[in-house]
Every structure is written in C-alpha cells, then in structure tokens.
Design a protein around this ligand. Structure first.
Ligand code: N01
Length: 529
C-alpha cells in the first residue's frame, strides 16, 4: 500500500530539515526520505580527518529561529564536522523533526502521474509513496566522484573516499598512504593524515590555491557581541554576493598602488579565510587584478615551502578563485615534513592502480592505504542518480542532456510540482549555503501556501521564463573569470559531462530580488492551475 503525503522531501541535510519544519508548521503532511542513517547530509557523509566548514560557524548556521541562535554555542571560528553534525541533531530534537524523517530509504525513481497530478515515488526499500509535491534537498556536492582509473579494484590495501568516510574513523598510524587529489577535502585532510602516517604520498594533478584559516576557539566576548547583533549581521550578509558578512574592499587591485595593495593582501592573509578574495572588488573580473592576488600567494608558497622544487610544483598556474578557493590549517607547511612526498601527475598521469600502489608513466609508488579525495559529480549528480520522470515520461537526464536548465534553480519545465533546493541555476555553491538554503525553503513554502490560498494544485515553470533565466545565468557567468577554468562548476571533473557553468553567479542579493519580483508579480513565469 502506497503511503500518501502532501509533500515528499528527499534528503535530511539542512535543506530537508528546514523544509520539513516549514511545511509541517503550515499544516501540510510531509515526510523526509533519507538514504543515510542520520541527519546532516554532507556533514553526515564527509567525516574525513580535518573536515570542517570554511564559512565561519556563527554565519554557517540557521537564522529562522532567534532562540536557536541564542542557545547554540559554537566552540570554534570554523566548526568541525562533528560539531556541525551535533548542531543538526540538536535542531532535529528541538523542532521534533525525527518523527517525520525516514532513514536508510533511498529514492530511486519518481514519476509524475499526469492524470492524477501526483508524484509516485519508488525507494530501494520497495516502499512506494505518492505525493502532490516533491522537494529535492539532495545537496550540491553529495554524489562522490570515483574516477575510473584502471586497476582500482585490484588494490589490495584499504581504499577510502573523502566524501564517503567510515563512521568509525581511520587511524593511519604506522601506515603508508597515497592521496589522489588536492581540492578542499585533500587540503583539509592532508596535514592531519601526514601527522599520523608513516609516509604520505600526495598525487597532484592541478596545484591549488589555499589561504590560512587561522582557526581558533571562539572568544566569549566575541560570541556575546555576535549574539547581541545577529539580526544586523544576517541583514548585512544578505547584501553581499556570497551571503557572507565580509568586508568587501570596493577598490580595484590594479588601480591600487603596490605597497597599499600588498598591505591589504597581507592583512587579509593574517585574518584568514575566504574573505581574502574580497581584498579587491575586481579580483574575479580582471586578469591583471587576479594576477596580483596570484603573485601574493605564490610568494607565500615560496616563503613557507623549504624545498624550491616542491614549492614550484605546489605553485598553481591558473586563476585564483576560479576553482573554489581552499582554506587550510598548515597545508603548505606539511610539505616540509620528511614523511611527505609530492608527485606531480599533470604530465605523467596515473596509468594504473596495482595491488600494492600505483604506476605513473615514469614511476611506481607503494602504499597500504589509498585515499581518493577526488570530489563530486557536482550539482546535477545526486539529482540524476534518481530516475526522475516528468510529463510524457521524459527523464530529467534526457531533459538535461546538454546541461541543466531550470527556472531560478528551483523548478524545471515538464516537471510540475517538483522543487529543487539549491538546484543548478541557483547561487548555492557560490554562497554561504545555510542562508541560501533557507531562502529557497521559504520561497517553496510560501509558494505552496499561496497555491493553497488560490485553490491551485499544480505549478510548472513556463518555457520562456526558463529560457530567460538560463540566459541570465549564462550572461552573469560570462563576465567573471570563474567560468574560464576546468572546475567542477562547469562539470569538467566528470568525463562526458556537458560543460556548462551551473550555479548562478549574479550574487545572492540580486537573486533575492529576482525571486521577490517573481512573487510580487503573482509567480511570474509559472503556470498555476
Ligand atoms: O573535490 P575537488 P573536493 N586523477 O573536485 C583531483 C566543497 N568542500 O572534495 O583539479 C587525478 O575540489 C582533482 O584534480 P583536478 C568545496 O566547495 C568544502 O576537494 O581535476 N586527480 C582535484 O585536485 C569544494 O570545492 C569544504 O586536476 C584527480 C581533486 O581530485 C568541493 O566541496 C571542504 C582525478 C578533487 O577536488 C569539492 O572539494 C571540502 C583523477 N582521475 C569540500 N579526479 C569546506 O570547507 C579528480 N582528481 C566547507
């Protein structure tokens, strides 16, 4: 017997949890289906050593409940994965969410039944559901990418993926370890694995930029100040492109005299964190300006890394901030350790994994444990893993054959009553995810409320509105340097994936204005019936 709800929510990360809270509060019946055995989404799966958020904890938190903001105590400037997971569990306790979340239930298929105007949902537990609305809260970086390197299955030691880490943790003490990848997950975990392991070999295909976190326990007086002015801080954050309360210097890097420019970079470096890219307003708009930031970080690498050949190998060749900037604790310093070796695989790629390690064109490397820090099939991966079929049985995979198209990153033509939280075409991964998740959830909840008030049961974006939004997403991407490199933002890390800059880069404030205008004009661009 199928179970029936007003809305089914896929995923119990921060998006799914708040969506449930909102819908229940409005009197809708809702159930969350979650593949994992607990809440937290990305923070449930990504348990690799050193995993922590690169947005400061007081900002990477829900703002819908001022009482929650006041009661919860963050212990560090950047929260660790275990602390964020405790926070997610606390939210579930506090708002009594558990009773409507069903764990270890993966949605494998969803069909829109046009005659009944309902979604029919199949799961890997054989249980089926029907619902008027489906909301996907599956995350943007949640489908781990395991590259198809020949021989991967032959490795006789233990293989781990940073995005799917064993819950009991891994102790590398006395073991030799090979790590493939130098993205954020690798940059966070390498310094910690290096301290444990007998020997660590890092296989680097693309050297990456990172800035120091300068993480520290939070000082009581600072926390008191934040708590006394949360509303103002949140309001300021909503006026910033990334939804983070950074101080953005409006000056141009190239137009600033050199000494002054260096002072600004130095101050940002000393403060730590992603605000480094807010040192000047044109770092991601102008090649020459970007180069000044590149040169500054390259000089830091040469200063920190003792062996000049290793420093040279670690020096990125691309635009800073084009791939997502990393935030680290002791990353460059780790390469001064005698038990760490860096292997450049850009020109000498891995040819195969063997039982005892791996082979490149000109070398053989042995290790007991292999860590794949190889990232995710970003933004579309988790959505396309489910077999979602809209009108006429057309699959989302077919619909997005040339890359994802959406209206506002929230809805897709041909898929009525299906909403995506932080879907492709939304600011999402370019922003502080918590506030942008809340904005999406509020949009969806308010929309369902408006439909109920009108007596409407069906909502679907119109083709022209979707085309216009896809055009807007493309136009905003074209003016930034961010769309110019081979990153996961454009799907370049997944062989065969269409190359499209997936998130909306026009900034959170502009996105909020677009959404507000759509609502003010009675859900402009949507057909309601
Ligand atoms: O993944 P990545 P990630 N052979 O895709 C390499 C967020 N995040 O998990 O650059 C050899 O960045 C690949 O090389 P290349 C954050 O948004 C946030 O680290 O493609 N190497 C690259 O070095 C981040 O951007 C936090 O040449 C291969 C690495 O693997 C996003 O998640 C923490 C390869 C993958 O880097 C993804 O980060 C962690 C192959 N076949 C993550 N395939 C926070 O702090 C891939 N690589 C909040």
């Amino acid at each position: 017997m199928e179970k029936s709800f007003d809305a089914l929510i896929v995923g119990a990360g921060f998006g799914g949890m708040y969506m449930l809270h909102r819908l229940r509060g409005m009197g809708f019946s809702a159930r969350v289906l979650e593949a994992g055995a607990g809440v937290g989404g990305t923070w449930y799966w990504n348990r690799y050593p050193g995993a922590r958020c690169d947005v400061e904890s007081v900002q990477y938190s829900y703002q819908f409940s001022p009482e929650l903001e006041q009661d919860w105590e963050w212990s560090e400037r950047y929260a660790t994965q275990p602390e964020i997971l405790r926070y997610a569990n606390h939210v579930c306790d506090r708002f009594d969410l558990w009773r409507d979340i069903q764990f270890e239930t993966r949605v494998v298929r969803a069909d829109f039944d046009e005659s009944a105007t309902l979604w029919r949902i199949e799961t890997d537990t054989e249980e089926t559901f029907v619902a008027r609305f489906v909301v996907t809260a599956v995350g943007c970086l949640s489908s781990p990418n395991t590259p198809k390197i020949p021989g991967l299955a032959d490795f006789a030691g233990s293989t781990y993926h940073t995005g799917y880490w064993p819950h009991e943790g891994v102790d590398f003490t006395g073991r030799t370890v090979g790590v493939i990848g130098t993205g954020s997950s690798a940059i966070q975990s390498i310094p910690i694995m290096a301290k444990q392991a007998k020997h660590l070999t890092v296989f680097q295909r693309t050297a990456n930029y990172t800035v120091p976190a300068h993480n520290a326990p939070l000082d009581e007086a600072y926390v008191a100040r934040v708590k006394a002015s949360y509303r103002e801080m949140r309001a300021r954050a909503r006026t910033k492109p990334a939804g983070i309360d950074f101080v953005i210097n409006p000056a141009s890097a190239v137009e600033t005299p050199e000494q002054e420019r260096l002072r600004e970079f130095e101050a940002r470096w000393a403060y730590g964190g992603l605000g480094f890219m807010a040192a000047f307003s044109d770092l991601l708009l102008n090649d020459e300006s970007n180069k000044t930031a590149q040169d500054f970080v390259k000089a830091k690498i040469r200063e920190i890394v003792e062996d000049p050949a290793t420093a040279e190998m670690l020096t990125p060749k691309n635009i800073i901030g084009c791939k997502r900037l990393c935030v680290d604790t002791g990353y460059w310093e780790t390469f001064n350790r005698p038990n760490v070796t860096l292997v450049d695989i850009a020109d000498r790629p891995i040819e195969r994994i063997t039982a005892t390690g791996l082979e490149t064109k000109d070398g053989t490397y042995a290790f007991d444990c292999l860590v794949l820090a190889t990232g995710f099939d970003a933004m579309t991966g988790a959505l396309l893993k489910m077999d979602i079929r809209g009108r006429g049985g057309v699959t989302l995979r077919e619909k997005w054959g040339e890359g994802p198209k959406s209206y506002l990153g929230l809805t897709v033509v041909g898929f009525p009553n299906l909403f995506m939280i932080t879907g492709p075409g939304s600011p999402s991964v370019l922003t502080n995810m918590l506030p942008t998740i809340e904005q999406h959830v509020d949009f969806i909840a308010d929309c369902l409320g408006a439909m109920r008030a009108k007596g409407a049961t069906l909502i679907e974006p119109m083709e022209e509105a979707q085309d216009a939004w896809v055009g807007e997403v493309g136009k905003s991407a074209s003016i930034t340097l961010r769309s110019t490199c081979s990153s996961w933002y454009v799907g370049a890390n997944i062989p065969g994936k269409p190359r499209v800059f997936m998130p909306y880069i026009g900034g959170f404030p502009s996105y909020i204005e677009h959404c507000k205008a759509v609502v003010a004009e009675d859900y402009r661009g949507f057909a309601l019936s």
